[in-house]
Design a protein around this ligand. Structure first.
Ligand code: FES
Length: 150
């Protein structure tokens, strides 16, 4: 499936909670049982995305969509004070990566990344692009102009 088609699909289902249950058939995603993926449409103001912490009720991670983004951002809650905001774009040849629940996988050539964006398995050799986050009392602010080098 071409990248643009997958992106349009993600945009179509964005703003909702999507339950994906598959064993890697069809979508090429290795899911650990049934995983619910919450996706929200976001706004970007001054290169920042603000997400309410309440979005994480019942979710360890959420996917943030915005037409200005090259691909969605995977926002993973590590703990109350630490969140990883990762561009869902494989560093090997720019396919969209998919969350499995415990890691991200690339359907194109099989690279895998941990929930902090670090390469677990190639052919990708570079970590996913991660953005700086600022944790406030009730929100997480992602600065999409501040990619963290790794
Ligand atoms: S594009 Fe992701 S592994 Fe090749």
């Amino acid at each position: 499936m071409p990248n643009q088609t997958r992106r349009n699909f993600i945009k179509t289902i964005s703003g909702s909670t999507v339950a994906l249950c598959c064993g890697g058939v069809g979508m090429g995603i290795l899911m650990e049982g049934c995983t619910t993926i919450k996706q929200i449409n976001t706004t970007i103001t001054n290169n920042k995305i603000t997400v309410n912490k309440t979005e994480f009720e019942g979710n360890k991670f959420i996917i943030l969509n915005n037409d200005q983004l090259q691909t969605p951002i995977y926002l993973n809650k590590i703990n109350e004070q630490n969140y990883a905001a990762l561009l869902m774009l494989c560093t090997h040849k720019n396919c969209d990566v998919k969350p499995t629940g415990s890691f991200l996988t690339c359907p194109c050539h099989g690279s895998e990344f941990d929930n902090d964006g670090k390469v677990l398995k190639g052919p990708a050799t570079a970590n996913l692009t991660a953005y700086q986050t600022q944790i406030k009392e009730t929100t997480i602010i992602i600065d999409i102009n501040q990619a963290i080098k790794s």
